[in-house]
Design a protein around this ligand. Sequence first.
Ligand code: SF4
Length: 319
Amino acid sequence: MTTPLLEITDLQKKFPIKKSWLQPQSYVHAVDGVSLTVREGETVGIVGESGCGKSTFGRCVLRLLEPTGGEVKFQGENYLKLPRRAMHSIRRNMQMVFQNPYDTLNPKLSISRILAEPLIAHGIPRDQHRQMMEEIIEIVGLTPAHLARYPHEFSGGQRQRIGIARALMLKPKLIVADEPVSALDVSIQSQILNLLTELQEKFSLSYLFISHDLSVVEHISDRVAVMYLGEIVELADKNSLFADPKHPYTQALLSSVLSTDPDASRERIRLTGELPSPANPPKGCKFHTRCHACMEICKTEKPALKKLEDGTMTACHLY
Ligand code: SF4
């Protein structure tokens, strides 16, 4: 078996909560022991409600936030052990696309300056910049004439194309895309998703695709990981997960999505209550306070993530 491009083992991120000096230090477990692999050319979707830890997970994978535990191997090398300055060469292969490109594009810089920044940071000779920028800007569906313009002159969809162009400048192998289409109109969303799919084929890219939107994740992913309170509760290939979700949380998420198929007869499962605080998660199964299938054992014993016969991984006492 070939080594996965990205291999994440027991990744953890804890944020300390300041309390009075009389009380013991406590923590928010934003990412709580996530293990996952991403193969070359594969898209792994990460879904879950807002606050489930998926964006923190994406940032920890790129070490934009420093994880508090676990391993992340890129092509077999655990780069969490490297000093931060040694991350420079690894970052060339791993880039991020953000939710709102306007927040991450400096309004004072022209598009050519924005696209040149990663080239300068990685020591690409200046005489190659113009040609590389023109090549990438055309690949993302804009023109070389756009290089002289400024971010405010573009629509939301065009800005996201520029954000994608910036991520592509160094020809990375992996892109972590954090809600890349959720700030866009539905008609523009499909254009950007199609662009990401075309780029994947052209450059053999791998994506870690983070979204709260199940229909978007269904469109683009090969496999899907469902997160709840910092943990993966189900991991399966896309077709199995959407046809036959195993975990009650996945079932509830899917049943809340309106189907475009008039013959589809999915039973509606109401997800009641708020997401509990990750600073004080429920004991046993973290989902038990909202689960329609909760049993006594669920309140005290945490279910392990285990592999079922059809290859789905799920963390639930029902299996
Ligand atoms: Fe529900 Fe129990 Fe399964 Fe948790 S372990 S999802 S509470 S049935």
